[in-house]
Design a protein around this ligand. Structure first.
Ligand SMILES: *Cc1c(COP(=O)(O)O)cnc(C)c1O
Length: 462
């Protein structure tokens, strides 16, 4: 295949995409295939001879779409959204055509500089203080790992960079039980160990209890451990829990701990000033992450990390071997020194396209609609016989159950087999509950209310 053929097939792909998106509502949201079905259709080894693109494309159409869960389906209410707006898709096509490696400024001046400017645009759009700079990672998991590595090395006065953790004190990291499993993964990967991630008890609103945080730090100091940092969450994955950022930061600062705020999902909503009370005090954090690839319409992958001071993270992660020197240009920003992988995609382009193509007001309107519709939907579900709202909407996420654990699980299974909507579950207060989040870029109010219609129809027959 050459570039002339690429042009022709790109047109075919664009036609296919238009048809796919136009008819998405007719498809079941969740894949309705069994494990192993797709693999069984593929040959067991790669072809020795080139195959015609027409055949490859036909096989794609025949095998792939029906065996996918449709994340851009307007009635996708599972997990969190992974929004991909059309403007973002267009930018990704251009990124793919240039296919640059954006590891250094000189390997990609426009990628580096657009990334710097986009960080500034987003910082201001979220109402964060102007002292924040930042960078883009593939995922929130990676950004959180970068922050945990930084808190580890900082707590050890940077000795860990050369010596590792050998013979050092037992480091401790604090987070609430509502924080995402990516924090557990980060302490594992950082060599701190999951046993040293202290899950601080929460208050009745499911946010971290600052008094318990301080008590845990004091107990650890008395035991000879070394507290390193605190990870807080704004909009936890299970039910949307928000830690009291200002009070927790005050405790962290009192003990000179490095701080990271995980707002992977909820961060996008902070473009609307009325939601910022959920992370009051956030300007005092050392590091903040949010995924534009969840709720802002910038497709996966595009996790934005803001840093009050990038120097500690660069000290932990930045390396400059001779072959990566940008000779005579020591003043330039080389973003690979801020992140874990050396190689980087040009992710800032899709941010630039999305922020311009919809404008902040257009994006705000979508998020405000989602929040309002989620509240309306929760009210409707509360009316269904046997259904009970188990956690009220936090932004656009709420949970409900139907009679008991067993019946709730049955209802969820039948709803997803039905295919009109897709919901997932979580455990809350030791109950099996159904999670509903509203956030798909193109969903309408009618799409959202379908959840109540389906739940009502199906539960009636249980
Ligand atoms: C989704 C999510 C993550 C993980 O995000 P990735 O980008 O998939 O790594 C972390 N924390 C929270 C609160 C999330 O909602």
């Amino acid at each position: 295949m050459n570039h002339d053929e690429l042009y022709e097939w790109s047109r075919r792909a664009a036609e296919w995409a238009l048809d796919y998106h136009t008819n998405l509502r007719d498809r079941p949201v969740r894949a309705q295939v069994g494990y192993g079905e797709t693999a069984a259709k593929l040959p067991t080894s790669a072809p020795a001879d080139a195959e015609p693109m027409a055949q490859i494309f036909a096989d794609f159409e025949a095998m792939v779409p029906d065996a996918m869960t449709h994340w851009q389906h307007p009635r996708f209410f599972a997990y969190f959204p992974a929004n991909a707006s059309p403007a973002s898709m267009l930018a990704e096509q251009l990124t793919s055509a240039i296919a640059a490696q954006a590891m250094l400024w000189q390997t990609s001046p426009a990628a580096t500089e657009i990334e710097q400017v986009m960080i500034g645009w987003l910082r201001d759009a979220l109402g964060l203080s102007s002292h924040f700079s930042g960078t883009i990672h593939d995922s929130a998991t990676t950004a959180t790992l970068a922050a945990v590595l930084t808190m580890r090395d900082r707590a050890m006065a940077w000795d860990t960079i050369q010596d590792g953790l050998f013979g050092g004190p037992r480091l401790r990291v604090y987070a609430s039980a509502q924080t995402h499993s990516s924090v557990d993964k980060a302490v594992r990967v950082a060599g701190i160990g999951q046993a040293n991630l202290v899950k601080v008890p929460t208050l009745s609103d499911h946010g971290m209890d600052p008094a318990q945080l301080e008590a845990a730090i004091l107990a650890d100091l008395a035991a000879g451990y070394k507290p390193a940092g605190v990870v807080m969450c704004t909009g936890g994955t299970s039910i949307g829990a928000c830690d009291p950022i200002d009070a927790c930061l005050a405790i962290a600062k009192k003990y000179d701990l490095y701080t990271h705020v995980d707002a992977a999902w909820a961060g996008s909503a902070m473009i609307c000033p009325e939601f910022r009370e959920l992370w009051l005090g956030v300007d005092g954090a050392d590091s903040i992450v949010f995924n534009t690839h969840k709720w802002l319409g910038v497709q996966f992958d595009c996790a934005v990390q803001f840093l009050a001071d990038p120097v500690p993270q660069i000290r932990s992660l930045g390396l400059r071997p001779e072959y990566l020197q940008t000779l005579g240009q020591d003043e330039v920003v080389n973003f690979n020194e801020w992140t874990i992988p050396l190689g980087r995609r040009f992710r800032a382009l899709k941010l630039w396209f999305v922020l311009r193509a919809y404008g902040l007001d257009g994006l705000r309107q979508r998020i405000r609609n989602h929040v309002a519709w989620a509240n309306e939907l929760a009210d409707q579900i509360a009316q269904i016989d046997g259904c009970e709202i188990t956690t009220d909407p936090i932004l656009s996420l709420f949970t409900f159950r139907f009679r008991d654990d067993e019946q709730t699980e049955r209802l969820l299974g039948l709803i997803n087999d039905d295919g009109r909507v897709y919901l997932t579950q979580t455990r809350h207060d030791d109950m099996f509950v159904i999670r509903v989040q509203v956030g798909q870029f193109d969903c309408t109010r009618a799409d959202v209310m379908t959840v109540a219609e389906v739940a009502s129809q199906i539960s009636r027959n249980l």
